[in-house]
Design a protein around this ligand. Structure first.
Ligand code: NAD
Ligand code: UDP
Ligand code: UDP
Length: 343
């Protein structure tokens, strides 16, 4: 073994994506909780390329080492296996707090854990921010608006959430997470930013994610029935992940402390969305309606006036472009899992 290790150490060093050099004044130590997940790993990429030091904390419930493996061993990168429900003591300048299951099947799988993660986990993150005087961005959600009675949803809308329904562990968890942020801001002078994220999709979504984008694309690629829950008249507005990451970084850099919607205002019904995916993937899949989800929000579309005005941000990637990239990602994932099954 000694011989093998020595020969590996002297062999060509590992190659990484190119990162900018930042001097110590501009280089920040940035913690990303949930950084091995879908959105978090894209945020890692952008912040690493900008030249910052990035520390990912993740319990790998839905995240994967594979999402950040291209940075493992890089001198600016650290990956810590840790559950944010437990306290965390490290020294950092900024925190992006994303740790939480995000898809309905995942957050409903263990509702108590989802609540703990969004309450106790957020308290730990805010306690950490207070001790080291770090700025924190909380990844909140359009779910704080519940099944909305106002359309599209501006940040001033207080929401319409069933506090005891199957989605409550997530919706109320995120609402408490927001409440905690403003309590720490007021009482402890912690600098907080709150992003209310609307449906986001893109490469690195988990194959078993269970959200509509991955379900429909995988069903179409496998020539299976595309399952629309309910009558398909409910609406969503989908944003591509790179737009979200740009918005989160702009929000962190801004002086604005109130919640900001980050989403793409182009809205469609889920029935129309099934047709779009079927057409882009091609193949013989048929679209069928199945049992409706309990408490499924009927309409969702962000009002992004605030983000446009304050962050000069708006989504850039059209749905078709984003979906093509995501379809090609899932095609590769399917080929990869077939290869694993064969070997
Ligand atoms: P994801 O499931 O891919 O990522 C969540 C990450 O958090 C995973 O890596 C998971 O392992 C980790 N995690 C979960 N519980 C943890 C715990 N207790 N301790 C440490 N790590 C933990 O989901 P995503 O889509 O990347 O979502 C990221 C964040 O953005 C979440 O907070 C989610 O609520 C929020 N959000 C996402 C969307 C979306 O459409 N993707 C919409 C609204 C809000
Ligand atoms: N905390 C943490 N890391 C730190 C500082 C605090 O995880 O660097 C946790 C701490 O364990 C506590 C929570 O954050 O449970 C809230 O901290 P705060 O200082 O607000 O509360 P207190 O410690 O006074 O109860
Ligand atoms: N949906 C569907 N078929 C699926 C998965 C989801 O029709 O296989 C519907 C779901 O009922 C909801 C919408 O698609 O109306 C978005 O669901 P998703 O779980 O992606 O996210 P949500 O916005 O509900 O958190």
């Amino acid at each position: 073994l000694e011989e093998q290790v020595r020969s590996l150490q002297t062999s060509t060093p590992r190659k990484y994506p190119k990162v900018k050099y930042l001097n110590y004044k501009n280089r920040k130590r940035i913690l990303i909780t949930g950084g091995a997940g879908f959105v978090g790993s894209h945020l890692v990429d952008d912040l690493m390329v900008q030249g910052h030091e990035v520390i990912v904390v993740d319990n790998f419930f839905t995240g994967r080492k594979r999402n950040v493996e291209h940075w493992l061993g890089h001198e600016n990168f650290e990956l810590i296996h840790h559950d944010i429900v437990n306290p965390l003591f490290i020294e950092i300048d900024e925190i992006y707090h994303l740790a939480s299951p995000a898809s309905p099947p995942h957050y409903m799988y263990n509702p108590v854990k989802t609540i703990k993660t969004n309450t106790m986990g957020t308290i730990n993150v805010l306690g950490l921010a207070k001790r080291v005087m770090a700025k924190v961005l909380i990844a909140s959600t359009s779910e704080v608006y519940g099944d909305p009675t106002v359309h599209p949803q501006p940040e001033t809308y207080w929401g319409h959430v069933n506090p005891i329904g199957p989605r409550a562990c997530y919706d109320e968890g995120k609402r408490v997470s927001e409440t905690l942020s403003y309590a720490y801001a007021k009482q402890e002078k912690v600098q907080v930013r709150v992003a209310r994220i609307f449906n986001t999709y893109g490469p690195r979504m988990h194959m078993n994610d269970g959200r509509v984008v991955s379900n429909f694309i995988l069903q179409a690629l496998r020539n299976e029935t595309i399952t629309v829950y309910g009558n398909g008249k409910q609406t969503r507005s989908f944003q591509y992940v790179s737009d979200l990451v740009d918005g989160m970084i702009a929000l962190m850099a801004s002086n604005y402390t109130q919640p900001v919607n980050l989403g793409n205002p182009v809205e469609q019904t889920i029935g129309e969305f099934a047709e779009i995916i079927k057409q882009l993937v091609g193949g013989p899949s048929v679209i069928k309606q199945s049992k409706a989800m309990e408490d499924d929000p009927q309409r969702r579309k962000p009002d992004i006036t605030r983000a446009r005005k304050l962050l000069h941000w708006e989504p850039k990637v059209p749905l078709e472009t984003g979906l093509q990239r995501t379809i090609s990602y899932f095609r590769n994932e399917l080929a990869r899992s077939d290869r694993f099954q064969e070997s």
